[in-house]
Design a protein around this ligand. Structure first.
Ligand SMILES: *[C@@H]1O[C@H](CO)[C@@H](O)[C@H](O)[C@H]1NC(C)=O
Ligand SMILES: *[C@@H]1O[C@H](CO)[C@@H](O)[C@H](O)[C@H]1NC(C)=O
Ligand SMILES: *[C@@H]1O[C@H](CO)[C@@H](O)[C@H](O)[C@H]1NC(C)=O
Ligand SMILES: *[C@@H]1O[C@H](CO)[C@@H](O)[C@H](O)[C@H]1NC(C)=O
Ligand SMILES: *[C@@H]1O[C@H](CO)[C@@H](O)[C@H](O)[C@H]1NC(C)=O
Length: 240
């Protein structure tokens, strides 16, 4: 079994190197899964499609779907869900935060609606660094109804947009707002210093407008993460 595994790893590395080096040139005929195409066909996802494009998360998803056998789950907020955001919410995000917001809607495994009943919270999302777990969300189910809570807001899975063996896309009625970005903001602790207890201030302070806390190395981390996911999948597969 070691030759096919070695070959698979080489192929994976080669694909990834190619992807990093240049945009894929050869047009694949009956191509691999294309998330944008799926959402276009479903309608009512123009904002999500635009964000998938400008953040390049759409390409990452397509690449990972092609390279990983764990699949992916996408919670797709409708255009109405984006319109319902407090005005200026998207514009207040820098590029890195937009990437994280969109990746927060993506799980690195494919989950059927019945699997939501048995997964354990919190669920890992694609957002955050390659250690994962920084941007968790929870699901609760009752019968076939599935709710998602982020700690900031909640959403309900309204519909299955698309499903196959590697990808599930579910319509959600709200944009999922990660706690790490939209929760009460703690001042970034200085490394090595113990946090001092803060005195409680008045209740009306809004979230501060500084948006500078996002990790700036996102894109390469995302690619690295895709590799790690693919590699782990391969190694796991070799033990089956
Ligand atoms: C995916 O589909 C969109 C819309 O149909 C298209 O613009 C894009 O080029 C496709 N991407 C790939 C990699 O085929
Ligand atoms: C999908 O993966 C295959 C090998 O598994 C590779 O030949 C092909 O170029 C990949 N396509 C994309 C769009 O990444
Ligand atoms: C989901 O949330 C709705 C309200 O938004 C509530 O009525 C329903 O009971 C919740 N379902 C579950 C499974 O938590
Ligand atoms: C998510 O579930 C975990 C485990 O049950 C819990 O500790 C955490 O507080 C929950 N978070 C949210 C936002 O509901
Ligand atoms: C979200 O749903 C949980 C139950 O799952 C509830 O405790 C919480 O109050 C809801 N939060 C919001 C903002 O509606």
């Amino acid at each position: 079994m070691s030759f096919p595994l070695t070959f698979a790893i080489l192929l994976l590395l080669q694909c990834s190197t190619t992807i990093l080096a240049q945009p894929a040139a050869a047009p694949a005929p009956a191509g691999p899964t294309n998330v944008t195409k799926i959402l276009e066909k479903a309608g009512q996802y123009t904002t999500l499609i635009r964000l998938l494009k400008i953040t390049q998360v759409g390409d990452q998803i397509n690449t990972q779907l092609n390279n990983s056998n764990q699949g992916m789950t996408i919670f797709a907020p409708t255009d109405n869900a984006f319109s319902a955001l407090k005005s200026g919410t998207l514009n207040s995000l820098n590029d890195q935060e937009k990437v994280q917001l969109i990746q927060f809607h993506v799980l690195p495994t494919v989950l059927s609606t019945s699997q939501f009943q048995t997964v354990s919270n919190p669920l890992r999302t694609q957002a955050g660094n390659s250690n994962g777990g920084q941007f968790p969300l929870n699901v609760t189910t009752s019968g076939n109804s599935v709710n998602i809570s982020t700690g900031v807001n909640n959403a309900t899975v309204a519909n299955t947009v698309y499903t196959d063996s590697t990808l599930a896309v579910y319509q959600v009625d709200n944009v999922l707002l990660p706690l790490a970005m939209f929760g009460p903001k703690a001042p970034a602790p200085a490394p090595g210093l113990a946090k001092k207890p803060e005195k409680k201030s008045g209740a009306t302070d809004g979230p501060s407008s500084d948006e500078g806390t996002a990790d700036a190395s996102g894109t390469s981390e995302l690619r690295a993460k895709g590799l790690v996911v693919g590699f782990v999948a391969l190694v796991a597969g070799s033990f089956l």
